[in-house]
Write a protein that binds this ligand. Structure first.
Ligand code: GDP
Length: 698
């Protein structure tokens, strides 16, 4: 691996609403950085980043692998020193929020790709807000300027209006739609033309006569916006006039303002036509942060509980975050991680502080677009993958002597379930095994078996999410399966504290069975999950049987007493019991624990919990009343209505139970003109009458 100084590394990703052109843009970037040798065309399904077949078929990206490339290429006549760009792949669909969030957590900057015909769409707003949450510096790329209806300026307006962000427009397109030829660089005042459709020629010319005035106005606007972010420049601007500021000064100030999330540089292009890609890569290098530009990483010391900070340097103690587990068809299970501080040499031991166990890093790999590179070490700021390391997404790797746990990636809970069964009986074991592997890779995908019906139930973030997983089951693991209708993933919980005895005693002839426990069940806060506490004192139950009690209780929570849904947000304390010298066994204590939990849950005012979705509907004004009325009739709570030009955006919290078939309903309500998107928000107790209906149906 060519060692490149940390200030010349960019860890970045492309984020976008599905169909804006993220895949095409990423692929063109890989082409121009010299790592791919043929321009693949997403429409023909030959793109480099998307490994998995069904992604190609659907033309969407799901997995976030990391690909490394270099810019500018050695042979190019580009004055910049060589930079390493690590591209973290991010998904474009809101069903994959967890994937988006986990990639945002490890990248330092992003390019948001917009469709230059419509600008900001509802889903681009969702990804923008996610990036806001992690304060990710961003460039905006207005793509598809060659398309009929392309409108650069109107698209820039949507960035201001809908995202409330301050764009710094650094280019002006030359022509639009089928006359889109290039851009004027407003910092250097050069006209850049891509006249050859294959994207080879980038010609630099003078700004054409008819665009000079407009370009001068746009440049003046840009200088004003940039100067306002720097006291020094502002002073110069006021005292010596705008044109006294050099383009180097402007670039430096814009870089700082971008890294501080004050300004968002805007560029244009048409990736599909190979226009505007080299200038976009230049901007990634010029304006997005290096690992040295971002704040030091924080975490806590698991021994002292104190907060600790780590500087991005190979000389500090190790802190690395595993952000992706992926099964590579050729080399096996890879754990992708980012090193925040210190270094990870190949073949050494690391401490997994999240799981509190030591592990061994085997080979280390860096992924290029078309080959894997084996490296000896990964240093602070770098991203790569380890072979043979037992770890899960979100785990921290560090040194055992100086442990640290980095802030966890928080994943939303799955809200949609389907029953799944193998087409042949013999496939059962293979199916379970494959499902388990998929869920190791993806923490928002869970498996359980319904204790009443014996069915295997898989749950995920949305219908598309589950469809894709079932697809992978078939393609990667060759398991054919039948799936049922999608159902809401309800939960159960309790609302009162109770104490309950449980026993399993059989003492007639021969060796008997004896397990006897007292447990307390207490409600916990929403989202806190399950907790088991052992308060046995003085040996009322020998310690060897305690894990069996816990196991019995835990198993009982997998199928609740109301309708068999998993029980959550409950604390169980084992506080008393008894045992028999000869007859006691693990199995007897397990059954006693399970028995106590089931009886206790029935008395503890159990209730159903349902997932609540954050829903956003964009509609022409004339349908606003109908949309709101309809959402209210679905037990929706309208949180906000805002105007965006002539359209209205309604934000609401609505139970998922009520949202089946909404796409069709909304279409007919609005002559097909309103659109919506939704994502899981939280779980909430269901009203009694509705819960009773669901329980009755089970
Ligand atoms: P993604 O879903 O954001 O990854 O988008 P893709 O890269 O798959 O592109 C979606 C569609 O838009 C494909 O049919 C592309 O060929 C098309 N597309 C991408 N970039 C451009 C462009 O610059 N101009 C035009 N006209 N079409 C484009």
């Amino acid at each position: 691996m060519e060692k490149i100084a940390l200030d010349k590394v960019r860890n970045m990703g492309f984020i976008a609403h599905i169909d804006a052109g993220k895949t095409t843009t990423t692929e063109r970037v890989l082409y121009y950085t010299g790592k791919t040798y043929k321009i693949g065309d997403i429409d023909e399904g030959t793109t480099q980043m998307d490994w998995m077949e069904q992604e190609k078929e659907r033309g969407i990206t799901i997995q976030s692998a990391a690909t490394t490339c270099f810019w500018p290429p050695k042979e190019a006549n580009n004055p910049r020193p060589i930079h390493r760009i690590n591209i973290i792949d991010t998904p474009g669909h809101v069903d994959f929020t967890a994937e988006v969030e986990r990639s945002l957590r490890v990248l330092d900057g992003a390019v948001v790709v917009f469709d230059g015909v419509v600008g900001v769409e509802p889903q681009s707003e969702t990804v923008w807000r996610q990036a806001d949450k992690y304060k990710v510096p961003r460039l905006c790329f207005l793509n598809k300027l060659d398309k009929t209806g392309a409108d650069f300026e109107a698209s820039v307006e949507t960035i201001k209006e809908r995202l409330g962000a301050e764009p710094a427009v650094i280019q002006m397109p030359i022509g639009l739609e089928d006359k889109f030829q290039g851009v004027v660089d407003l910092l250097t005042m050069e006209a850049l033309y891509w006249l050859d459709e294959k994207g080879e020629g980038l010609e630099i010319r003078e700004v054409p006569e008819d665009l000079k005035d407009k370009a001068a106005d746009k440049r003046a606007e840009l200088i004003e916006i940039i100067s306002a972010t720097s006291e020094e420049l502002l002073e110069k601007y006021l005292e010596e006039g705008p044109e006294s500021i050099t383009s180097d000064e402007l670039k430096k100030a814009l870089r700082r303002a971008t890294i501080n999330n004050e300004l968002f540089p805007v560029l244009g292009g048409a990736s599909f036509r190979n226009k505007g890609v080299q200038t976009l890569i230049d901007a990634i290098v010029d304006y997005l942060p290096s690992p040295l530009d971002v704040p030091e990483t924080t975490g806590y010391n698991p021994v002292t509980g104190e907060q600790e900070k780590r500087q991005p340097s190979a000389e500090t103690p190790l802190a690395a975050l595993v952000f992706k587990i992926q099964t590579d068809p050729y080399v096996g299970r890879l754990a992708y991680f980012r090193v925040y501080s210190g270094k990870v040499p190949a073949g050494t031991e690391v401490y997994n502080s999240t799981r509190q166990k030591r592990g061994r890093v085997g080979r280390l790999l860096i992924m290029h677009a078309n080959h894997r590179e084996q490296v000896q070490e990964l240093d602070a700021g770098e991203i790569g993958a380890a072979l043979g390391l037992e770890a899960s997404t979100g785990d921290t790797l560090c040194s055992a002597d100086e442990p640290i746990v980095l802030e966890k990636i928080v994943f939303p809970e799955p809200v949609i379930s389907v029953a799944i069964e193998p087409k042949t009986k013999a496939g059962q074991e293979k199916m379970m095994d494959s499902l388990r592997r998929l869920s190791e890779e993806d923490p928002t995908f869970t498996i359980r078996s319904d204790q009443e019906t014996g069915e295997t139930i898989i749950s995920g973030m949305g219908e598309l999410h589950l469809e894709i997983l079932v697809d992978r089951l078939l393609r990667e693991f060759k398991v054919e399966a039948n799936v049922g209708r999608p159902q809401v993933a309800f939960r159960e919980t309790i609302r009162q504290t109770v104490e309950q005895e449980g026993k399993y005693i059989r003492q007639s002839g021969g060796r008997g069975q004896y397990g006897h426990v007292f447990i307390r069940l207490e409600p916990k806060g929403r989202g806190e999950g399950f907790e088991f506490v052992n308060k046995i004192r003085g040996g009322a139950i020998p310690s060897e049987y305690i894990p069996a009690v816990k196991k019995g209780v835990k198993e009982a929570t997998e199928s609740g007493v109301l309708a068999g849904y998993p029980v959550t947000d409950v604390k169980v304390t084992l506080f008393d019991g008894s045992f028999h010298e000869v007859d006691s066994s693990e199995i007897a204590f397990k059954i006693a624990g399970s028995d106590a939990f089931k009886k206790g849950a029935r008395q503890a005012d159990p209730t159903l919990l349902e997932p609540i979705m954050k829903v956003e509907v964009t509609t022409p004004e004339q349908y606003l009343g109908d949309v709101i009325g309809d959402l209210s009739s679905k037990r929706g709570e309208i949180s906000e209505t805002e105007a965006r030009g002539s359209t209205r955006v309604v934000k609401a919290l609505v139970p998922l139970t009520e949202m089946f078939g909404y796409a069709t309903a909304l279409r007919s309500m609005s002559q097909g003109r309103a659109v919506f998107n939704m994502e899981p928000s939280h779980y909430q107790p269901m009203p009694k009458n509705i819960a009773e209906k669901i329980i009755g149906e089970k």
